[in-house]
Ligand binder design. Structure first.
Ligand code: MN
Length: 411
């Protein structure tokens, strides 16, 4: 495939990608865009010059605060729209070529949260992460709880505090216990952490009472984003028994602005880890359901260069998205377009591939060195946490850009 748009070969936004997002210019009117190289194609403007004229869909969804209505058109339509954009960007006689105003430079726009998230679920699906946490806090010989290999453990998270890359986070306050068997005190968290995660966005609703099989799951997933599930480890440690994460997680989670479609990720499917013991029939699946997506996390202190502290990969996930979705709906729980399912922290086997500071610094016992001097056990005020992700194969690159937020001092 060859496009007439000039794109750097290291760009995440190649002609094979074409992710969707919501952007605005100085007029503050939010609309649907597609990233291509350093540019954004204004999809409504592309409609106005006529490239979709034979596709019958409600164009009002292109001038919207969120992608939800666009996604709700269904893959039968959104795949056609994306494929049409791809062929126009490859066609040297395309009408888009004579209408340069349909393109806007990415560096002059404001990106917004791409979807209005109705419900947000966070899984705990990396075996390396779950093993590390179990080893640190419970029993190294019995790190995984008895249910872990039988179902994708998850919890219902908070949707209201999901923010887009570029928005910042204030250090949360809460109850923490400073020494074993002492009463809690109220203070700002001293153990604010990131969690390297990816999220997938639900593209098709279900009715209450119905389930989605692992086979059908792909039809219900619109696309994926990078996701930083900010966590306050000291608050978490005290509050999480017996019902799981609460205020240690709900203060903020950061999402990347571009939603990479499942179709763009298709060439990067790969085999996941063997699952032993075998799973119950409703969690069985056929074919390769993992994705080879390189991930990295960097910490950038104020006025300093960044240090990459982790290199991981989405392919390490023990439970895949199809299994997560099958499990989520097996009780009849309904899905809505725009729901977000996050993977849980994505850790690899080696100690430089762990997806949280909790693991990288091994609960604060091994400070992580920064390139410009200094160390980190957890995130300090005015540190910026940057996550990036991309797939690369046979000269084809499909990437996510980044998700970036600064931790500000407590309010
Ligand atoms: Mn998480």
């Amino acid at each position: 495939m060859h496009t007439w748009i000039k794109i750097d070969k290291h760009s995440d936004f190649s002609i094979y990608n074409l992710p969707f997002g919501i952007f605005s210019e100085t007029d503050n009117v939010k609309r649907v865009g597609v990233a291509i190289g350093n540019e954004i194609l204004d999809v409504y403007a592309a409609f106005e010059v006529g490239i979709f004229k034979d596709l019958n869909f409600d164009v009002s969804v292109l001038e919207s605060d969120y992608l939800n209505d666009f996604i709700a058109l269904g893959k039968s339509t959104t795949v056609k729209i994306r494929t049409r954009i791809q062929s126009e960007l490859c066609n040297t006689n395309s009408i888009l070529k004579t209408h340069p105003s349909v393109f806007i430079k990415q560096n002059i726009v404001q990106m917004h949260l791409p979807v209005k998230v109705g419900d947000y679920t966070d899984f705990y699906s990396s075996i390396e992460h779950a093993t590390n946490i179990g080893t640190m806090f419970r029993d190294p010989d019995n790190a995984l709880l008895p249910n872990w290999k039988h179902l994708p453990v998850g919890y219902h998270g908070r949707a209201s505090s999901i923010i887009v890359s570029g928005e910042n986070v204030h250090r949360p306050k809460g109850q923490v216990v400073l020494a074993p068997n002492t009463a809690p005190v109220f203070q700002a968290s001293t153990r604010v952490d990131f969690e390297l995660e990816m999220g997938f966005i639900i593209g098709r609703s279900t009715k209450l009472g119905y389930s989605v099989s692992t086979d059908a799951a792909d039809d219900y997933i619109f696309g994926k984003v990078l996701f930083n599930d900010w966590s306050a480890r000291d608050i978490q440690k005290w509050e999480y028994v017996p019902l799981g994460p609460f205020l240690a997680k709900s203060f903020a989670s950061s999402m990347s602005p571009w939603v990479v479609t499942l179709e763009a990720l298709e060439p990067f499917k790969t085999v996941g880890p063997a699952q032993e013991p075998s799973v119950l029939p409703y969690l069985n699946f056929e074919g390769s359901k993992n994705y080879d997506i390189n991930l990295e996390v960097a910490i950038q202190p104020k006025n300093c260069t960044e240090t990459v502290v982790s290199n991981s990969n989405f392919k390490y996930m023990y439970w895949n998205m199809n299994q997560q979705l099958a499990h989520h709906t097996i009780n009849g729980c309904n899905l809505n377009v725009g729901d977000l399912m996050a993977s849980g922290t994505i850790s690899g086997k080696s100690s430089d591939s762990y997806g949280s500071m909790l693991e990288l610094s091994w609960a604060g016992s091994k400070p992580v060195e920064l390139t410009e001097g200094g160390t980190r056990k957890f995130i300090q005020d005015n540190d910026t946490v940057i996550m990036r992700g991309h797939c690369q194969k046979d000269g084809i690159r499909v990437g996510f850009g980044d998700v970036k937020s600064t931790l500000l001092k407590t309010i």
